[in-house]
Design a protein around this ligand. Structure first.
Ligand SMILES: [Ca+2]
Length: 472
């Protein structure tokens, strides 16, 4: 038999075995595992109690951390929204997808570098885990912010039966009804959008309790505009006065964070009330670091980390990351292994016992976290990568980065300058070791370059219209 034909046969056998595995739960009389994925917009690494905040009250998120495993080195695949969202749904690095900035992005015509011609939507050819679960008989529901392209690139075209609120918008026109989001029924005047998400999730869970489901709750919160319920804002105003030294102190933002966590709590409580918690996996993460805001109007502070959303430093990409896998994750467990948003895709497939689309899976960058979640294994990879060939209004210039073990190297594309940090000893990235460890810096730089070639990353190029005066 020819080698290729043999491999094809082998592939067929593996697919058949996987199909049998996915049917294993049914064969044993066990209902299949349900999935709830909760994505929070712009939630900083230390914006919740279980990650160290003493200002924000986040009982719902802390409850989830007590149920499952909390990752202390959880990362978003990008320092802004859309690329991370695409990485979650496809398992691929934004660099591979060529979705490398928030859609529609930031234009800097006179900057030193010209940004590449990147993709401003998630192509239909990408196979999301919603599509894979749907094909396996799951009911699939999307609630909240999508931000992966204009029509016709909405959630309904990527595996979701129901879409409540997902569209091209990166933020709601208003957190209070009327919302003016045309992909969701308008709410009664004054209704709060985050509370509305909870209500929509509860209704979906109630209606689909008997069949396997995927609920993707992608809250519009806690992204700007900063708008919160008055009673909560008043409480945080008093709290800010009572904690004069707290660097987290914006009362409106605090109230938004608390509403976000109350929504999470309502979803968990609904699952508990429907007796579904023992067969529903829950994943929770942020899509990029917390927004620092201006000096006059600070939003949040990624305590202990350098910078925030839109930055190459840890404050831009490190996020809360919690996974509850009933019967598998030890309650309240903590894992320090670096993990990234691309990992959710293979993790969901592994938990569901589904092989997924073979052609798509051959190009997935994430790795199943199942060995870590079981508490007894390790991951195969030795590094994580970032690629942002863009300028950000917050000040970031085009860069790439690699984290290998405790070391993180950042390469700034404007001039090829590199910085090297030891995150174990210097989490806040205050001591650049590039000059002290030139061989290591060169090796990581080569490694980052090899990865860029492997995934087909688009590079910026010299800008013929570069004009330092006009660029200011
Ligand atoms: Ca975001």
């Amino acid at each position: 038999m020819q080698r290729r034909a043999f491999l094809r046969l082998l592939g067929g056998a593996a697919a058949a075995a996987a199909a049998l595995r996915s049917g294993a739960a049914a064969a044993e009389g066990r209902p299949p595992l349900n999935f709830v994925v909760i994505l929070i917009d712009d939630l900083g690494w230390t914006d919740v109690g279980c990650y160290g905040s003493t200002f924000y009250e986040t009982a719902g998120v802390d409850r989830l951390a007590r149920m499952g495993m909390r990752f202390t080195n959880g990362y978003a695949a990008c320092t802004v929204c859309s690329p991370t969202r695409a990485s979650i749904l496809t398992g691929k690095y934004p660099a591979r997808l060529h979705i490398t900035d928030w859609i529609a992005g930031h234009v800097r015509p006179h900057a030193k570098l010209r940004i590449p011609d990147w993709t401003k939507h998630m192509p239909h050819a990408e196979v999301t885990f919603a599509e894979t679960l749907k094909a396996a008989g799951y009911a699939t529901c999307f609630v909240g912010k999508w931000h992966l392209g204009s029509r016709p690139y909405f959630p309904e075209t990527q595996g979701f039966d129901i879409n409540i609120g997902g569209c091209e918008r990166g933020q709601p026109p208003s957190y209070f009804a009327p919302y003016k989001i045309d992909t969701m029924p308008e709410g009664p005047e004054g209704e709060y959008l985050t509370d509305r998400h909870a209500k929509d999730c509860e209704a979906f869970l109630e209606a689909h309790r008997e069949k396997p489901f995927l609920l993707y709750l992608s809250q519009y919160a806690v992204h700007t505009p900063l708008q919160a319920k008055k009673d909560l804002t008043d409480a945080y105003e008093a709290k800010a006065k009572s904690q004069p030294d707290s660097s987290q102190r914006n009362p409106v933002y605090g109230a938004m964070v608390q509403s976000m966590a109350e929504c999470v709590d309502r979803v968990i409580s609904k699952l508990a009330g429907l007796e579904l918690l023992d067969r529903t996996a829950i994943m929770f993460l942020g899509d990029n670091g917390g927004l620092l805001g201006g000096a006059r109007n600070p939003v949040t502070c990624n305590l202990g980390l350098r910078a925030g959303k839109g930055s190459a430093y840890e404050g831009g990409v490190r996020v809360p990351f919690i996974v509850y896998w009933p019967g598998v994750t030890a309650p309240g467990s903590v894992c320090d292994v670096p993990v990234i948003s691309c990992d959710l895709y293979p993790t969901v497939l592994a938990m569901a016992g589904l092989a997924g689309d073979p052609a798509h899976c051959a190009n997935v960058d994430g790795e199943s976290l199942a060995p870590l979640l079981r508490g007894s294994g390790a991951l195969a990879r030795d590094a994580l990568y970032w690629h942002y060939p863009h300028y950000h209004p917050g000040g970031a210039t085009p860069y790439g980065a690699v984290r290998e073990g405790d070391l993180k190297l950042i390469e700034f594309y404007e001039d090829g300058r590199v910085e090297l940090y030891n995150l174990k000893e210097d989490q806040a990235e205050t001591r650049d070791l590039a000059a002290a460890m030139p061989e290591k810096a060169a090796a990581l730089c080569a490694k980052l370059d090899a990865w860029r070639r492997r995934v087909g990353a688009q590079m910026p190029s010299p800008n013929p219209a570069y004009d330092p005066a006009k660029n200011k």
